[in-house]
Design a protein around this ligand. Structure first.
Ligand code: C5P
Length: 357
């Protein structure tokens, strides 16, 4: 029986970019946050004499060959495990294919989780095998494989609230923020990530940002995140309770101040990509303004471009405030999606939709 896996989206709660490095990448300091919204990735796998992969999708824009991140992830994992298998991957795109939400990267991790389930490789199986070694050693090898597939793939092997460093592939779990309502705006505008990085490089050159100054800035920002989160989640104040989930429809900030405000991060986080993407696409800056609605009772706790865009998001205290944001976007013809942030425990508990084995 096939294994169906939820493949959740992410946003960035602040994204700071360094000067271009000699290897062509950029050092980053960011906090990733997973969302409830998801695609579904279904995997069928059985050991075979030779490896054969097949990938299908309901969305014609999804590549169905080795260019697909899910394909790459499964091929690398089988190689690493020394297993040959026939594998079918079906990607059911429920979310529009949209930059900035990490959808393709999440699909890669969902495909790996599906493959592991189909091959009987599971954290709680307690088993170690010649291919796998112990679960702990496999768990760190799969983080390495994920980093080979893409810079924002490893975060989906952690889930919840995550500090991202280096190229964004070096990931550390942070204390989870209790869930808040989130509106994701999905403009028609496409943003090219390579172009955004190239524009960033030009800005760094114009401002004379040196490697050393940029490394110092990023280090200082990771310390600021770490210290904000260190005191952020006092015992017994997890608004979502130990399960990380509130009853359907409840206003998530509840009687408590939102953790976003409590950590203090909502007062200073920003996404450096906005500095190069907004001048290119002024309509995106206007969408951020609509999401934010500052100085109104329904104002967002935070609003920003996600990654290099073009998706933007706003975070809200109440479901009503989030719905009001969707209403503000509608007359402008901007599609939006109402969702919530997803803590780590719920991310893993709800990941398997249907277990094959
Ligand atoms: O790692 P990934 O394949 O997602 O990166 C795609 C491209 O984005 C890279 O080739 C690089 O040009 C750019 N990138 C970057 N710095 C990062 C992440 C990505 O310059 N931290």
């Amino acid at each position: 029986m096939p294994t169906a896996v939820r493949s959740h989206a992410k946003i960035n709660l602040g994204l700071y970019i360094g000067a271009p490095r000699p290897d062509g990448f950029h050092a980053l300091t960011t906090v990733y946050q997973t969302l409830e919204m998801y695609d579904v990735v279904t995997v069928t796998a059985r050991p075979a004499a030779a490896t054969a992969l097949r990938l299908t999708s309901n969305d014609s824009r999804v590549p169905t060959d080795s260019r697909n991140t899910a394909w790459k992830m499964v091929a690398l994992a089988l190689d690493e495990l020394g297993i040959t298998a026939e594998v079918e991957i079906a990607i059911d795109k429920r979310l529009p294919v949209q930059g900035g939400l990490g959808a393709g990267s999440a699909n890669a991790v969902a495909a790996l989780v599906g493959l592991e389930s189909e091959l009987g490789i599971a954290q709680n199986s307690g088993a170690s095998s010649p291919e796998l070694g112990t679960w702990d050693s496999w768990s760190s090898r799969r983080l390495q494989i994920a980093a080979q597939v893409g810079s924002d793939v490893p975060l989906f092997l952690i889930g919840g609230t995550i500090l991202g460093l280096d190229r964004g592939q070096e990931v550390y779990p942070l204390p989870d923020l209790e869930p808040v309502w989130c509106v994701v705006a999905m403009p028609e505008t496409g943003v090219s990530t390579p172009r955004a990085f190239a524009d960033w490089d030009a800005l760094c050159a114009a401002e004379g940002l040196t490697q050393q100054a940029s490394a110092d800035k990023l280090k200082e920002l990771s310390r600021a995140y770490a210290s904000a989160f260190a005191g952020a989640i006092p015992e017994g104040r997890q608004g979502a309770g130990s399960s990380g989930v509130l009853p359907e429809g409840e206003d998530l900030a509840g009687p408590h101040e939102s953790a976003l405000v409590r950590t203090g991060i909502s007062s200073w986080i920003q996404n450096d990509f906005e500095r190069v993407v907004f001048p290119q696409h002024p309509s995106l800056a206007e969408i951020k303004r609509l999401l934010w609605a500052s100085d109104t009772p329904e104002a967002a706790l935070h609003a920003s471009l996600s990654g290099s865009g073009s998706a933007l998001f706003g975070l809200y205290r109440t479901c009503g405030d989030a719905e009001a944001a969707c209403e503000r976007l509608r007359p402008a013809g901007i599609r939006s999606h109402l969702t919530r942030t997803l803590p780590r425990s719920a991310y893993w508990r709800e990941m398997l939709l249907q277990e094959g084995h």
